[in-house]
Design a protein around this ligand. Structure first.
Ligand code: ADP
Length: 255
């Protein structure tokens, strides 16, 4: 199976008048279609830099990034984003917000409208179609933001701390929700988070980064039994705390 995303020995440093800030060092990894990858590491280690490189906002200093086997930038890969802020526009209805991407791209057609309406229905938002975003709860807003992203049919989703602005209970619910939606839609996703539990409950593999300049300390594959098929159920799985301990120890180790 061809990877959606490959990092081959990627290094990156920021340059400013004050000097050089090495951010990533020798990163190699690949992400397969439908995989959900979580990236964890100490604050300021280079996690967001990794996403900026995938999205093409930054270019590697050395090494290569490939999307569907082609160099990043010339691959034509459709990348979707989900960020901490949902950036829903209050002056547009929920429906007009989720259709914003196709409208801007001039690709809005009957098929997209049908798909988006079906997603609003499946994910419990159709009653709020004509409401402004302020009528939605925090969790519903994140769901609407995700549908807006999915309306553009991304080949790869980048999630940068998407739940960290939510209160704890909403965060659990929304994590469960969004994780479920992404699995159902079979999306390939890279999640950056400082929340280890979130990484363990959502991902197939967790990439553990070192302090800056980030290098990969360990890649942990997660295996839960079939009965633990949602993020909330994973929290109660016996191996949840084992995985938590492993990642925690790895982050604390100096190696
Ligand atoms: P993380 O997402 O893991 O918190 P970042 O990828 O945002 O870390 O940043 C990695 C390092 O690069 C940090 O030390 C940060 O201060 C530095 N950095 C980020 N952006 C810039 C920039 N535009 N110019 C200089 N240094 C930067």
């Amino acid at each position: 199976m061809e990877p959606v995303l490959e990092f081959i020995n990627v290094c990156f440093s920021y340059h400013s008048p004050d000097g050089e800030t090495p951010a990533l060092s020798g990163i190699s990894l690949s992400v397969l279609p439908g995989e959900f990858i979580a990236v964890v590491g100490p604050s300021g280690c280079g996690k967001t830099t990794l996403l900026s490189l995938i999205s093409g906002l930054l270019r590697p200093e050395s090494g290569q990034i490939r999307l569907f086997g082609k160099p990043c930038g010339s691959s034509g890969t459709n990348i979707g984003y989900m960020l901490q802020k949902d950036h829903l526009f209050e002056w547009r209805t929920v429906y007009d917000n989720v259709l914003l991407g196709p409208q801007i791209r001039h690709s809005l057609n009957q098929e997209t409208e049908t798909q988006v309406s079906a997603m609003l229905d499946t994910y419990g938002l159709s009653a709020f179609k004509d409401s402004p975003p302020s009528a939605l709860s925090g969790g519903m807003r994140q769901r609407a933001a995700l549908i807006r992203t999915l309306a553009l049919e991304p080949d790869l989703l980048l999630l940068d701390e998407p739940f960290s602005a939510l209160d704890y209970q909403t965060r659990l619910e929304v994590g469960d929700d969004i994780g479920g939606i992404l699995r159902k839609e079979g999306k390939t996703a890279v999640l950056v988070t400082h929340d280890l539990a979130e990484a363990i409950t959502l991902a197939d593999r967790v990439i553990i980064l070192s302090h800056r300049p980030a290098r990969i300390k360990k890649i942990l594959s997660l295996h839960f039994g079939e009965e633990f098929d949602t993020p909330l159920k994973r929290r109660s799985a016996p191996c949840f705390s084992e995985y938590f301990d492993k990642i925690w120890k790895e982050l604390k180790s100096n190696g």
